[in-house]
Design a protein around this ligand. Structure first.
Ligand code: KIV
Length: 272
């Protein structure tokens, strides 16, 4: 395994597989709007995920289930307009692909055509294999998502770590191999034991991107509002906060309110 870092002008599904081969870790973050995507892309991120977590952090829903295909396309097209280098991956929302491969293909085509994104992500293993295959036959790259799949939260009943028991771990390993065989270019593993995630990453040739899956995988993803410290009441063990934006922004808003109310803003230089 070589550790030499290759410069990529544009990240493609091919470069991501190559990065795994070369032992270069893949950095992925979510973004849902133009301004944030521009900053993230300029910082050198490899993948922006327009996640259905937009349902939580942008729209304030308790789960990812309510977000619609039209809303995902709106977020994705805002992100696509901002980026120059990274790959833009978009979640197919709940209800747009499960149990109907024709519908899955139509949903994926709408995302690609109307937003200009580069790939789609679907949650699940063998139960959605037909949908994944059908999307892939149209030339749309697909990333899988196993482990904690938030669109199934009402089946799980809890957001706790998945695949701790042998039978679920066995099924997850089988699903990961199936996703590779079907032709997925990568896989997200969410909230599974680090040992299992490492084993999965070592058993397949496509990159495995982890969230709460330890350091033995090929890359990491975080929700941008969480890593910036905007969602200060959300404290899972896997989360590393790189800023405390909640406190910073709260302070800025308080100063603005004080300045407006006291008549200090605007001053003479801040007017025409
Ligand atoms: O929607 C999302 O943000 C995701 C990540 C948590 C992987 O799917």
């Amino acid at each position: 395994m070589s550790t030499a870092k290759k410069e990529y002008k544009r990240i493609t599904t091919k470069s991501l597989v190559e990065m795994k081969k070369n032992g270069e870790k893949i950095a992925m973050l979510t973004a849902y709007d133009y301004t944030m995507a521009k900053i993230v892309d300029h910082a050198g991120i490899d993948i922006i995920l327009v996640g259905d977590s937009a349902s939580n952090v942008m729209a304030g829903h308790e789960t990812t289930l309510p977000i619609t295909l039209d809303q995902m396309i709106y977020h994705a097209s805002s992100v696509v307009r901002a980026i120059e280098r990274c790959l833009v991956l978009v979640d197919l929302p709940f209800g747009s692909y499960q149990g109907n491969s024709r519908k899955a293909l139509d949903s994926a085509i709408r995302i690609m055509k109307e937003s200009g994104a580069h790939a789609v992500k679907l949650e699940g293993g063998e139960e959605i294999a037909e949908s994944i295959s059908r999307i892939l036959t149209s030339g749309i790259p697909v990333m899988g998502h196993l482990g904690l799949t938030p669109q199934s939260i009402y089946k799980f009943g809890t957001y706790t770590v998945r695949a701790k028991k042998e039978d679920e771990a066995k099924q997850l390993k089988k699903d990961a191999k199936l996703l590779e065989k079907l032709g997925c270019f990568g896989l997200v593993l969410e909230k599974v034991p680090a040992k299992l995630a490492k084993e999965v990453a070592e058993s397949i040739n496509i990159p495995v991107i982890g969230i709460g899956a330890g350091n033995g995988v090929d890359g990491q993803v975080l929700v941008i509002h969480d890593m910036l410290g905007m969602t200060h009441e959300f404290n899972p063990r896997f989360l590393r906060r790189y800023l405390d934006l909640y406190t910073e922004m709260n302070g800025a808003f308080k100063s603005y309110i004080t300045d407006v109310k006291s008549g200090d803003f605007p001053n003479e230089k801040e007017q025409y």
